[in-house]
Design a binder for this molecule. Structure first.
Ligand SMILES: [Zn+2]
Ligand SMILES: [Zn+2]
Length: 374
């Protein structure tokens, strides 16, 4: 008697009644050749033309809530794997579908992202750009991938390139280009990117890389908050519980939108982009939150960006303990937790860092300047 060979079961099947894919049901193996026609009749999946299957897969790709949603389809059968990995489908993959976890990073994951990039996915372009620039130390290639996404008006890429210009990341302190940073930020802000709006608001208020214009800066900060609130209200069921009294927050505990607490209410914190989550996890896995060689991570937990050279990021002007890649991160972290922790230290302990930017710029009022809605 021949041993029974166990085969992988698929999770998407063609319903005999209407030809619609039904998740959860087991199905027969799908083979395209005539020889595969069993006694029970042909596999109904084979009767659906390729363009219709691709259309369904494109919809699935754009609505996947995690990589597994999509990968399960690849494992179903050769035909679906072939169609699902076509550029038409890969270019539509959602942000969450390509959210590779840092713990699961592998050559296969790298290849998959590269394939998505080649298919024209801006999400993959930006995510792989961030990973190569900050994690794999491939600065040139990472920046060019981000630039590719930025040229297509992908706002997170424009903002990340702005942060790179502000800090001179990947180069020396002489490579800082504040005006280029402001220009990139303005473009991302025009597209509605909240961090870019906030960054631009602070740049205008402080005269950083742009002529000072306090009232215009405040207008951008108000706009950032308004967009943040709108995003929460349109986020569905979670929006029901957003209106709560502002409570003091414990350190290192993200409980609600920090800036809107100025209005006496907390809303769910903005969702962190998977690329930022990847960065934070990548460095947490390797050496306990530090990128090594005396380099520091941005102190805002939702950022994950590391320094690319020593003393690249600016520090809090009062305590000198925390450091940030950008004013937007500083403002968020201030309201989120740092206003509880921040305490003045001895002058010599908070002194120069060798790069002439010992403090986060302010207006002489200490950390108060970091409260955008005051
Ligand atoms: Zn940051
Ligand atoms: Zn401080």
């Amino acid at each position: 008697m021949l041993p029974v060979r166990k085969t992988k079961r698929a999770f998407y099947s063609a319903d005999a009644g209407d030809g619609v894919f039904t998740p959860g049901k087991k199905r027969r193996r799908c083979l395209s050749s005539p020889a595969s026609v069993s006694k029970a009749g042909p596999d109904l999946l084979d009767t659906i033309p390729d363009d219709l299957v691709v259309s369904i897969l494109r919809r699935l790709a754009s609505t996947s809530r995690c990589p597994a949603d999509f990968i399960n389809v690849l494992m179903t059968c050769k035909r679906l794997k072939s169609l699902a990995t076509s550029p038409l489908v890969l270019s539509r993959l959602s942000r969450k579908a390509i959210a590779v976890k840092a713990q699961n990073w592998s050559e296969d994951a790298h290849r998959f992202l590269k394939r998505c990039v080649d298919a024209g996915s801006l999400e993959a372009c930006y995510t792989l750009g961030m990973i190569r620039f900050y994690c794999l130390q491939n600065r040139g290639n990472g920046a060019s991938l981000m630039a590719k996404a930025a040229i297509s008006s992908y706002a997170p890429a424009l903002y990340s390139l702005a942060v790179i210009q502000f800090n001179g990341s990947g180069g020396s302190k002489n490579d800082k280009d504040l005006r280029a940073g402001v220009a990139l930020c303005a473009r991302a802000a025009f597209l509605g990117h909240v961090d870019a709006l906030r960054e631009l608001g602070h740049c205008l208020q402080d005269g950083y890389g742009v002529p000072q214009n306090v009232s215009e800066g405040r207008r951008f900060l108000v706009q950032a908050n308004a967009r943040e609130l709108a995003a929460v209200l349109s986020s569905g069921n979670e929006a029901c519980s957003w209106l709560t009294l502002s409570q003091p927050q414990a350190p290192n505990q993200i409980r609600g939108c920090p800036l809107l607490s100025d209005f006496g209410c907390n809303v769910p914190a903005p969702e962190i982009h998977p690329a930022n989550r990847f960065l934070a996890d990548w460095f947490a896995v390797r050496g306990g939150d530090a990128p090594g060689d005396g380099l520091r991570l941005c102190s805002h937990g939702g950022c994950g960006r590391p320094e690319t050279r020593k003393h690249e990021f600016r520090r809090c002007s009062v305590c000198g303990v925390v450091n940030y890649c950008s004013r937007a991160c500083q403002a968020l972290d201030w309201k989120l937790r740092h206003k509880i922790d921040c305490a003045p230290v001895e002058q010599d302990a908070a002194g120069g860092d060798g790069e002439g930017n010992v403090q986060v710029e302010g207006n002489g009022n200490g950390d108060n300047v970091l409260v955008p809605m005051s």
